[in-house]
Design a protein. Structure first.
Lengths: 145, 409
């Protein structure tokens, strides 16, 4: 006895793209978090309870990294910590360019171990540009300094 | 009662090779079909009108017996199906007929060796079935006709039956038998082989008792299943088929992938939004001018002058904190408490932060955050760079111990 099976049975050859899309987005999320963590490791800004958010496109960012050895020299970088060291004049020019572009805030991302004298020195240098406000970068309060 | 006189049982036959159902075949018809090759031992049978499980023909010895040699018995018309009482209501039209027509040329042929082609027609009212059979309307016969004996057929000319087909494909049969007024087809040996080669699905049971017989038989009509279904598909309940149907078409849109992508996008934008926001603490702009040495010499006096207007917060190079020249712990809550007490005691509403050049930035931020906690205004004194001893640093700051000079920012 032979009960024939329909040989023209339709096979579902459609490839489900949903798992691939899910994995891609998960990878993208992971990469975003990884970049944020690596950036935070470069500059450990001091914690504060009353910090306010500044949008990335509304400010000019300067970064002061901590010295390699205690009591050593700090490094001034224009941006978020990546790039070559800059001088005070270059930082001032960058701030002036930002003011022309509408960015009137200057956020100084200074490491907590940088001397306050250097922070004030950089802030005083960029304050020669008219019409700006100076901010120091902080992070969410986690504990006592 | 011998086998020939016993009422013939009716069987439903399922052709395994072509997946078709044939209903109401008599035992003798099945035997004849097995002998002629129209049926196979692997075909399935069950009693007509019942729901008994299907069994192979080979498992029923009664059906495997050789066909009867008496053509009258073989062509005996079974009564209407007793298991289906609905057929009784349509008695004039509903019948299970075996009609035998013997050609006149066979009058001289031996009566024991005729060739009779049987055509079974089953009509059950207007009910549609998966098997379509031609409808024979013979109002003159209300009961199952009894085929005349071959001798009677040789002496009488039977009246041509009134063939009426349920479908509209009569032209096909006209092509098969153009010369037959009754739509009958003359079947000889060659045509039998041709019919077998075409594998007409309609029940065509032939008795070959003699190779020299040439009988006129009922028209051979192929099954019109496909055409019938294409024009008027029957209901699912009425359709009986063991063939596997195609996959059901799901017309509903699956929203799960879209929801997945949407949630992932939301998560992506949330993470992106948090990265573009930097928390910051606004500080007063320090004076870009370098304090003159004369101001440095009058530092103590200047701080004393400002003491009446500002709450003095001093942080030395060792990160020790003093409030109004009194030591204070470098703790946020303690600073807030001390600043609150100083404000309530003197009514001062601003803080002057004076740090050493080498004071760590985190302690200056701690003092500013504590002042913001209680709403004090903040003024920052620019620390004087220490005297150069080993050369300037990267930012031009000397690495020597400081000689501070306060300048209110």
């Amino acid at each position: 006895m032979l009960l024939r099976r329909d040989s023209n049975e339709n096979m579902d050859e459609h490839i489900d793209m949903t798992p691939m899309v899910d994995v891609v987005f998960q990878l993208m999320t992971f990469m975003l978090f990884s970049m944020q963590m690596s950036s935070a490791a470069k500059v450990d800004v001091p914690p504060a309870r009353h910090g306010v958010g500044v949008e990335e496109t509304a400010a000019t960012f300067l970064t002061l990294t901590k010295p390699a050895v205690s009591g050593g020299e700090s490094t001034l970088v224009i941006g978020y910590g990546d790039g070559k060291p800059a001088t005070l004049d270059e930082a001032r020019e960058a701030v002036a360019a930002g003011v022309k572009a509408g960015r009137r805030k200057v956020v100084l991302q200074a490491d907590g171990d940088v001397s306050e004298g250097e922070v004030i020195k950089v802030a005083a240098a960029v304050s020669k540009v008219e019409g700006i406000t100076v901010h120091v970068g902080v992070q969410d309060l986690k504990g006592t300094p | 009662m011998n086998e020939a006189e016993r009422p013939a049982a009716l069987w439903d036959v399922f052709h395994s090779n072509r997946l078709e159902l044939e209903r109401g075949l008599s035992t003798e018809s099945i035997r004849v079909g097995l002998k002629s090759g129209a049926l196979d031992e692997d075909d399935l049978v069950r009693p007509a009108g019942t729901t008994n499980p299907w069994v192979r023909i080979a498992e029923i010895p009664e059906l495997m017996a050789p066909p009867s040699a008496n053509p009258a018995v073989a062509a005996k018309t079974p009564p209407a199906n007793p298991a289906r009482p609905e057929t009784a209501t349509a008695a004039p039209r509903v019948a299970t007929d075996y009609e035998v027509e013997v050609d006149e040329s066979l009058t001289s042929a031996p009566a024991a060796t005729p060739m009779i082609a049987l055509r079974e027609t089953i009509v059950q009212g207007n009910e549609l079935d998966d098997i379509t059979f031609p409808v024979i309307r013979d109002d003159s016969v209300s009961s199952p006709p009894v085929p005349p004996p071959p001798s009677a057929a040789s002496t009488q000319h039977p009246e041509p039956p009134a063939w009426i087909w349920e479908d509209d494909d009569d032209h096909d049969h006209d092509e098969h038998a153009p010369d037959s007024p009754a739509g009958l087809e003359i079947i000889d040996d060659d045509s039998q082989d041709a019919i077998a080669s075409r594998q007409q699905p309609a029940p065509s049971v032939k008795l070959e008792e003699s190779s020299q017989a040439s009988l006129s038989a009922l028209p051979v009509v192929g099954s019109r299943d496909r055409d019938q279904f294409a024009q008027d598909p029957p209901d699912e309940e009425e359709q009986f088929s063991l063939s596997r149907s195609g996959p059901m078409t799901v017309e509903e849109l699956d929203l799960a992938p879209m929801v997945d992508v949407a949630l992932q996008l939301v998560l992506f934008f949330m993470v992106t939004a948090t990265t573009v926001l930097f928390k910051s603490l606004e500080i007063p702009k320090p004076s870009p001018e370098t304090p003159p040495p004369a101001v440095t010499q009058g530092r103590s006096r200047t701080l004393d002058d400002l003491k009446d207007d500002f709450i003095l917060v001093e942080i030395d190079s060792g990160n020790a904190v003093k409030i109004d020249r009194e030591p204070a712990p470098a703790d946020r809550d303690a600073l807030i408490e001390r600043l609150t007490r100083a404000r309530e005691k003197t009514g001062r509403k601003a803080m002057l932060l004076s740090t050493d050049y080498r004071t760590l930035h985190r302690y200056a931020v701690l003092a500013c955050d504590a002042a913001n906690e209680i709403g004090l205004q903040i003024k920052v004194a620019t620390p004087a760079p220490p005297q150069p001893t080993k050369g300037p640093g990267l930012l031009g700051a000397p690495a020597s111990p400081p000689a501070n000079a306060p300048v209110a920012g």
